[in-house]
Design a protein around this ligand. Sequence first.
Ligand code: NAD
Length: 471
Amino acid sequence: MQENVIDKIYIDGEFVTPHGTELADLFNPATGKVIGQVRLADEVDTEAAIAAAKRALPAWSATSKEERIDALRRLQAAVAARRNEILESLLLEYGAPVRNSYMVDSTVSAFADMITTLEAFDFTRQIGRASVEMVPVGVAGLITPWNSDPFFISDKLATALAAGCTVVIKPSELSATQTQAITQALHEAGLPRGVFNIVTGRGDVVGSAITRHEDVAKISFTGSTAVGRIIFREAAETLKSLTLELGGKSPSIILDDADLEEAVTGALMAGFANSSQACVAGTRILVPESRLDEILAIATAKMADFPAGDPRDPATAIGPMVSEQQWERVQSYIRRGVEEGARIVAGGPGRPEGLADGYFVRPTLFADVTNDMTIAREEIFGPVLSILTYRDEDDAVEIANDTDYGLHAYVFSSDAARAHRIASRLEAGRVAINGGYEPLSPFGGFKQSGIGREYGTFGLESFLEPRSVMA
Ligand code: NAD
């Protein structure tokens, strides 16, 4: 008998029992133990959710900017009020270290950021003799991953609602506890029925049904590049608008003029962010050949600042992998790195000492990595970082861009002009210089990291269609 069965989905403003009957286990990745089960929705539930969003669309798309801002304020307050439950769900089901509680802050600020964007946004513009109106694209399907479930749901929801769209959200089946916590909060904001619906089910069942449905005008997806390709194909039949936020293999370029202590810390933080279960993780650390020995010495010493351990321990920097399958996958990459000739300078295969249970990985740093090795090419989604050397700036840029991905890049330098010059040559949707960050700037990838942009004005416009009226 399971003590916790999540057997409700959210349709038309109510928590309802799914028509689907399949049960899936939920795990605490820090112990490997089952913590409950989720009852998965099916195509019938998906139909009901899309129908509710379609009914709610005429009224919601006709709301004023002020009404939408008011709704976003209520959502923000409701999520902030449930901060503790959301954090608890992240600790329990995702194993996010408590020191990463910024994940809850960013969930709350997703609404605040969209309010800021909306306040400054003009839904009509004059172009020559045309008055151009930006109109909501229609019902949107939002498909999210497990690796920061409350944030992705909130960010996509805030943007879609700001545009005047109604939505059906398909969260990952691996994050039902987090989805339950965020759904409860969103419900308490008291928005009109059907404006948002949340249907947890399998990707190839519920996700696919949303992607293929003729009443859904847009898909905003965050997840793997492999699933992104499937969605691209399935959405072609109804010619949906698409935003695809996919994987990455981001470079961190340390320039020879950087403060090496600070740069190495910054690069390790970028690599180990969110236990390295982050699309933006800086997993290829590019260092000048001439400074390799110094950087290796600093990096090896600093690895002690990134211990894996109990997510509830404030000293823990890296939590467990989300599932046993993910643990196995990371192990196979560590073995592959050794087989292909890379050298382990910290960590290695197996579990960290004293952590026999749960899906913990030893934070691993490889040296002697070349950019053709599997560990430098494929997204590992675990705490396995590679150090590669470059000869000069041109070589650094070439190695950084020699990847199928192009989501993010990091540059560390004490010379602002030089860092900007390098940034302008990088094929990446975002380049952070010395840890720079701007939440309202566009987020998304070049190449196989995706299509389109999220956040701020660019994100908002991705849920809008321009209509030119010419007189
Ligand atoms: P995933 O692609 O396996 O799943 C993502 C979502 O898609 C889940 O809800 C899943 O159920 C659903 N899905 C699966 N098959 C589907 C189908 N056929 N049709 C429609 N939906 C389907 O990804 P994941 O393992 O949950 O997340 C990790 C991946 O997400 C990594 O590759 C990571 O880089 C990527 N990611 C990207 C970003 C970004 O913003 N670029 C952010 C976070 C994660």
